[in-house]
Design a protein around this ligand. Sequence first.
Ligand code: DOR
Ligand code: ZN
Length: 346
Amino acid sequence: MTSSLTIRRPDDWHLHLRDGAMMNAVLPETARHFGRAIIMPNLVPPVVTSDDARAYQARILAALPDGMDFEPLMTLYLTENTDPEDVAAAYADGLIHAVKLYPAGATTNSASGVKNFDNVRNVLEKMAEIGLPLCFHGEVTTDEVDIFDREQVFLETVLDPLRQSMPELKVTLEHITTSHGIDYVAGASGDIAGTITTHHLMINRNHILVGGIKPHYYCLPVAKRREHMEALRAAATSGNPRFFLGTDSAPHTDDTKENACGCAGCFTATNTMSLLAHVFEEMGALDKLEGFSSLFGPARYGLAPNDATITLVKEAAAVTFPEKINTPVGPVTVFNPGHPVHWRVA
Ligand code: DOR
Ligand code: ZN
């Protein structure tokens, strides 16, 4: 039995830090274990321009507790008014590492997202030209499409046509939740990768709905059938460098989750590495954890892996995590997989 595993310090390629008091409270949860993270721009109002991103980056760095070493990798929120030259300048300056595309209405704070893809073609063409990755929230938002089919329909009606018409564009399909998404990323030609969250490796739609509704398991894209979770687990542990970790850790206070209209998002920053070790051990693939969480993401983004390492230790007794992170705006529940976990970060 492996009881200890040392890997390069991981990075999180999809993280929601929010702003203000919430950010101050959740930032240490990520910075404790992760060296870098791609910071999602869906603030209110969103991070749209290079000036917005520079100011947000400064607020994050100012909120970082003394002695913690963490690099926020900034992104811009793509709107139909985004200026391609501003994007290109921010990339050339090393300020941003990706642009995020939310189809309008897809999820939390996505109202300023893209309705008509023709209106962002100039930005996407510029990104293809300069090699700047596009992080895609991969769901259609039309009422007619069932929420459980929205990723699959997106692949067929949005992503594939876009990539056919712009094969040079580097795309990251974020938080994949279906076998269709896995098959698409694994099989597509060209420059494509996909991120997988911690929680989608551990829950399927039964966890959300059987025995009473569990708001802390609700996120978007919503978890699908068990067979899709199995496909995600197989891909994450396969050693295929196209698949790497993006936690999509998304803090919401309990009052907004435990609500008649509850917010989407699972908060996994605190215990992600323990949970991943659990999953990878279950899959007989602990040797693949480092690639997934620490090597394939940097390679994709043209960065070196972190020099530092972390050590995961398997304890005989189950490890305990805080049930909630207390913030000045209210408690945030930490994702609980509902079964014992024995791995902790030393
Ligand atoms: O569950 C989610 N929460 N999915 C997203 O795409 C956004 C995120 C958030 O910002 O809360
Ligand atoms: Zn997200």
